[in-house]
Write a protein that binds this ligand. Structure first.
Ligand code: ATP
Length: 356
């Protein structure tokens, strides 16, 4: 078991949930959209042995949008491929909508689809709409009943005008959109999107982010999104799982993760700050990014509000004039760097007390 299951895993708590009542209820591997328990995968042997995934566990609620982040080689793809049955894990249980993927794979993957590594095997000689119909059909849906949905998807992703164009004649970005639309073309309730915005321009990426959010709400879709693009994760995901070296180092809501940093940083510009006073401050507070400007010193300080006031008192006592104070609000990209650079301490700090 991973030590970082902060969010929704109440699998071992008490009796089975009453699924007929609304509101908060315990999530179990049976009621979760996705449950991963003790997943491990090692490649190679001897000196070449690589532990790609090391005892990873998490649970995803129906309708939840989870972002999977991690530096290169963290184990994200291996985790997703293990969930999808494309890699055979050494250990661990995976259930999708309560069905064990090892025991009943056909049933487990019935409503699951995926776009891996930013691409998908769309049929380049078929038109855009034919691809959507094809992928709906192999999901077991009658494509004739899904015409409206397909039109809506094509409009949402801004490719309606290309509906009758063969995919091979489209630009890379358009192909990417077709891939995504074809994942959502059938009756899918759990979708895995690996780098969904890869190769898209900024505008297309924003359209796609907005439409994903809308589709998730409309269809109660459970989405698992892996991306190096933090803006996408921040815009689309409720929750983020950060992996490093095969393990989960953070599993929390995006809001909580960012809250863990809130007001922890100030950027201060001071006039009349001499070197001995600066040295004294450096001894007493966590200063960083110190810049000596023309007659001024600018620095950042990691501080809660009480520490911040002690610092400003110290500046006042030394007759230093405050030229400016800004709070430093980290975004997900900064949070991610902190977490993966300094895994354990931040994983605890940023997620502490957030168990639900
Ligand atoms: N088929 C394989 N054979 C040997 N080693 C592998 C294989 N697949 C993955 N690995 C290794 O397992 C580790 C995790 O790789 P994985 O691709 O899961 O990471 P990732 O987080 O998806 O990385 P990236 O962001 O670069 O795609 C890496 O060290 C990788 O080299």
């Amino acid at each position: 078991m991973s030590g970082s299951r902060h969010n929704v895993d109440h699998a071992s708590d008490g009796p089975p949930p009453d699924t007929t009542t609304d509101g908060e209820q315990a999530l179990t591997p049976e009621t979760a959209a996705l449950s991963v328990d003790g997943l491990s995968k090692t490649f190679g042997s001897g000196e070449d042995k690589v532990t790609a995934v090391d005892d990873v566990s998490f649970t995803v609620e129906p309708g939840e949008v989870v972002g999977l982040l991690g530096p290169n080689g963290a184990g994200k793809t291996t985790t997703i491929k293990s969930i999808l049955g494309l890699v055979l894990p050494d250990e661990g249980d995976v259930r999708i909508q309560g069905v064990d993927v090892a025991d009943r794979p056909r049933r487990a993957y019935e409503h699951v689809d995926a776009m891996l590594e930013g691409a998908r095997n769309d049929y380049w000689r078929l038109t855009v709409r034919e691809n959507l119909r094809y992928f709906a059909a192999i999901r077991g849906n009658d494509p004739d009943t899904l015409d409206d949905r397909h039109t809506e998807l094509l409009e949402a992703f801004d490719i309606a005008e290309e509906a009758d164009t063969e995919v091979r004649d489209l630009s890379r970005g358009m192909k990417q959109k077709v891939s995504l639309a074809s994942v959502l073309a059938g009756d899918v309730s759990v979708a895995f999107l690996d780098e969904p915005t890869l190769g898209l321009d900024v505008e297309s990426s924003l359209t796609l982010q907005r439409e994903l959010v809308r589709l998730v709400e409309e269809r109660e879709l459970t989405l698992f999104v892996s991306s190096h693009d933090m803006d996408v994760i921040e815009a689309v995901c409720d929750r983020v799982i950060i992996m490093n070296q095969g393990r989960i180092v953070v599993d929390d809501t995006v809001a909580n993760l960012l809250d863990g940093f809130e007001t922890t940083g100030y950027r201060i510009t001071a006039r009349g700050l001499d070197e001995p006073t600066l040295a004294d401050l450096q001894d007493r507070f966590e200063l960083s990014a110190v810049e000596r400007l023309d007659g001024r010193v600018r620095f950042e300080v990691a501080a809660d509000s009480a520490t911040f006031y002690r610092l400003t008192d110290a500046l006042e006592a030394a007759d230093v004039e405050l030229g400016g104070v800004e709070t430093v609000q980290p975004d997900l990209a900064e949070a991610f760097l902190e977490v993966t650079g300094n895994g354990d301490s931040l994983a605890n700090g940023a997620t502490g007390g957030t168990d639900q």
